[in-house]
Write a protein of this length. Sequence first.
Length: 260
Amino acid sequence: MPSDVPAAARRPATIRTVAPDRPWAWLTAGWRDLMANPQVGFFYGGALTLAGWVLAMLLLWARTAWAILPASAGFFMVAPILAAGLYEASRLREAGQPVTFAACMGGFTRNGGQLAFMGVVLVVLHLFWVRVAALIFMLMFGINFTPSLEALPMAMLRSEMLLPFLIVGTGAGAVLAGAAFAISAVSIPMLVDRPELTAMEAISVSVRAVLANPGAMLFWAGLIVVFTAMAMVPFFLGLALVIPLVGHATWHAYRDLVQA
């Protein structure tokens, strides 16, 4: 367990600075990893696509269609922890070891307790965002705004509060998504790579890496948002490709930004 390793015995992490356009190199390396083991990457992508369908159907069944957008946006917050198996696939390939489904699942157990802690943090952020979105919706449209599911889109379009709702909701979501990105940008692949670390140590390194490379990390976050948003448009189908690509690229971002 990480706590059993003396702090003095842990290798310090040095943050590198990279060019603002460096994310293109991470995507290129991630694409190579995906093509080297497509069965692993597309399995992960397909599973998350299916999860997106299930989530949307549940929200429709619960007659809370308004929550589909914030719940989908919250995906940006929790996706990094779900990609631990992809980080392990890239780590194994980098080390010249066989990449199998069983071996990739080891990404979740190499530092299981600390990864679980990170998962709890990201899920709490996600749930907090959903509650904030619900509060903003009620404040903007009022508690008596209860059109039927079929009439909801047109009712919102006709409301003069639609634009303020989108502005405030987008702003609040951006703040929470930015916080989630800062703490998880390199922390989760780092926990997979270095089982002796704690989640708090990895979060500290991740925030330092983001602050040391504002241009590259802002560009990287923007690419992730654009790619994921485009992937969700055809009813989440594009996630089957985008999730493994971004997951593998995130491993290379970690290796590029952190000298462990």
